[in-house]
Design a protein around this ligand. Structure first.
Ligand SMILES: C[S@@+](CC[C@H](N)C(=O)[O-])C[C@H]1O[C@@H](n2cnc3c(N)ncnc32)[C@H](O)[C@@H]1O
Length: 223
């Protein structure tokens, strides 16, 4: 079945998308904006508030652009440079992206992310360099790039088990700098053990609304 998407409203009023062929939402139904802020910004990007060099972020996958949008706003508010690289193998149609709404005033930033060309690095704002790649995350292997932070925002392991594997987390471990961080909304025990088998030190943190926990994986500094 082809990848088809529909917009729906989540409990905090922000939009999300539903992959109708998979029956899987892009975010928590209990609040897309609340979840993204909690998992990826508060427990991820906020760790880099005092970093003086650019914070390089890798995202799996770019999707609606919500995590990229929050990171763009964060870079401006904190005056910290961010380099953002989002992989996406099934881009959201541009007409659909144009009507997504996450919070008041989000249109300009979100529009800029969705209109940006695929496969080209662009300086969207003084503190925010952005590139989205229409490719599977596996392609990052041969780029030689290194990141400070990974937003691991794949569909759930029950839907996309092939992305929650030793080989994918080993790749994420390899592309992170020593001291780098991976965050995900997922808190499953077997995912945590797979991350640990790759060398990550994994923390269980309080989850977003209606979710007890989430995971944050740290690549040791001494590697
Ligand atoms: C749970 S959604 C989250 C999307 C996005 N972070 C957001 O906030 O809207 C998962 C996304 O990963 C994308 N995806 C699935 N498999 C992928 C892969 N192998 N490489 C890159 N992106 C992938 C999907 O198309 C989808 O957009």
């Amino acid at each position: 079945m082809p990848a088809t998407v529909q917009i729906f409203q989540t409990a905090d009023g922000s939009h999300s998308l539903l992959r109708t062929d998979l029956g899987e939402p892009y975010h928590s139904r209990h609040g897309a904006l609340t979840e993204s802020k909690h998992v990826f910004i508060r427990h991820g990007l906020d760790m880099f508030r005092r970093q003086e060099s650019r914070v390089n972020i890798l995202e799996l996958g770019f999707g609606s652009g919500l995590n990229a949008l929050l990171s763009l706003d964060w870079s401006r508010e904190n005056a910290v440079k961010v380099g953002y690289c989002g992989y996406e193998c099934h881009p959201v149609p541009i007409e659909m992206a144009a009507i997504l709404h996450f919070f008041a005033g989000c249109e300009d930033g979100l529009g800029g992310l969705h209109r940006a060309p695929w496969g080209q690095r662009v300086l969207l704002e003084p503190f925010f360099e952005f590139e989205k790649r229409n490719a599977g995350i596996e392609d990052v292997r041969n780029t030689g790039e290194r990141f400070d932070l990974v937003y691991f925002d794949a569909f759930a392991p029950s839907v996309q088990p092939e992305l929650w594997t030793l080989s994918v987390f080993t790749l994420m471990f390899e592309v992170l700098r020593p001291g780098g961080v991976l965050v995900t909304y997922c808190a499953k025990g077997d995912v945590r053990r797979t991350m640990q088998a790759c060398g990550f030190a994994v923390e269980r943190l309080p989850g977003p609304p209606r979710k007890r926990e989430m995971l944050r994986a740290l690549k040791p500094h001494s590697i």
